[in-house]
Ligand binder design. Sequence first.
Ligand code: FAD
Ligand code: NAD
Length: 481
Amino acid sequence: MSTHSPTIYDAVVIGSGQAGTPLASAFANAGQKTLLIERTHIAGCCVNEGCTPTKTLIASGRAAYLTRRGQDYGIHTTNLMEENRVWVDMHKVRQRKRDIVDSFRGGSEKRLKEAGVDVLMGEASFVGAKEVKVKINDGTERLVEGKKFFINVGERPASPSLLGIEKLGKWQVLDSTSIQELDVVPEKLVVIGGGYVGVEFAQLMSRLGAEVTVVQRGRQLLPREDPEIAESLRRILEEDGLDIRLDSEVVGVKLVDGDSFTLKVQTEGKEERDSIKGTHILFAAGRVPNTDFLNLKAAGIEVDARGYIVADEFLTTAAENVYVLGDVKGPPAFTHISYDDFRIIKRNLLDTKDQVTKLSTKGRLVPYVAYTDPQLGHVGLHESEARAKFPGRNVQTAKMPMAYVARALETDESKGLMKAVVDGDSGEILGFTCLGIEGGEVMAVVQMAMMGDIGYQKLQDAIWAHPSLAESLNNLWGFLS
Ligand SMILES: Cc1cc2nc3c(=O)[nH]c(=O)nc-3n(C[C@H](O)[C@H](O)[C@H](O)COP(=O)(O)OP(=O)(O)OC[C@H]3O[C@@H](n4cnc5c(N)ncnc54)[C@H](O)[C@@H]3O)c2cc1C
Ligand SMILES: NC(=O)c1ccc[n+]([C@@H]2O[C@H](COP(=O)([O-])OP(=O)(O)OC[C@H]3O[C@@H](n4cnc5c(N)ncnc54)[C@H](O)[C@@H]3O)[C@@H](O)[C@H]2O)c1
């Protein structure tokens, strides 16, 4: 370790996630001496191996899907009247993804440089309440002292654990990061876990040409979703040709020959175990917080039983002048939530001139979109949550199939449904889900209404352009009960 005395920074940001990166720039722009420590790459998971690359790949999957469906619209490739054939060039698919990731990451690097942030590429761990050690990627070490610390280290995929897995080739056992670097489409992909990562990759790989099985431990895909919505998504994926096994767990794997293996799957209520053949496994069974490398005890920072950093609604931790942002403080784990954490810290610590009240995480509305096709957009409470939270209120729901939406029928993409949860007396919208074409954008229209305290009756009577997807918000409320 270097022996020279540590540099003292006003702000030390650990992890270049979706909050840490803009926060470092904000502190530097405010004239504070700021250091950002990042062990892998600037701009974190979202840009490098999360949202940006997956949504870029998913766009390729959708192009393949629509090409195959060309004849539904009277559009044929060369083999007239037969199913349109698709040939997937994974090198091009991957390169398109790499180019977009490089460009987004480059933008973040440029903004940090322009703001005058010092950047250390290495792994940080606490050695005391105000000091971290950085194992720099060139093999050296450095001590850094800070007046304030901001932890934004995110999560990583949970490690695969399965009897017999060690016999499989390294290239056969994938996680959400390594699967994006494939230069071939897996022949038979088994996805373990039916959460957001699982369903997005399962459909993507199926569209690119893989035979896909999803093994999901729970009773439904996406366990936190409304059961009716999750069931509709399951049916849609099965219609697309995916094999979905619910209430199931993989109990072991056996290599058959160099390229393929057999998985033993136990399904609840079945005596016999099923055998599933595969060539690749994607482990999508959840993510774990990156707190194990941080030596948080040295700074007096508390974690919960699962390793997430404990914080209050102002994102302060048990240690003075140490704040936490993003996924590492526990769910909800979304980029826009991490970015909102940045907003809270910036407002409370830097924009103190304009401050009327401190911002906090309390009661914030959480929208999100699972980028299946059709998309699953959701905001606010699910029906069961609303009934549990407001036992005294007249909670009503309105459900409408997307097959009743003119725009969806005209586009021939009418799978899925909408479901709204309201207070039937006041008209307040408590939650909304759209599993449908551009479901994320339709959800955002309802989110705006919720943000502005606009009751459902106003949406019912609004003049929406015809034929738009938003126009469905005239008719949905006719199904309230
Ligand atoms: C496949 C996939 C798809 C996703 N798609 C979406 C989506 O469509 N929409 C959405 O909202 N969210 C999506 N997410 C989730 C989203 O990526 C995260 O919620 C988001 O990145 C916020 O993370 P963060 O700010 O907490 O930190 P991260 O972005 O995870 O960044 C943390 C950074 O800290 C670094 N780090 C860790 N430990 C140390 C250490 N000791 N020292 C120095 N650096 C360290 C890491 O290298 C990393 O760069 C997706 C996630 C995955 C995996
Ligand atoms: N579009 C998006 O916004 C998006 C996309 C991807 C990820 N994300 C974020 O990343 C987080 C992590 O996603 P994830 O899908 O990795 O985790 P998750 O926790 O959402 O889902 C993991 C799933 O795996 C199942 N599972 C666990 N162990 C299993 C086993 N042994 N066998 C079979 N099934 C098993 C669980 O029941 C669960 O459904 C999400 O919660 C979300 O916040 C968001």
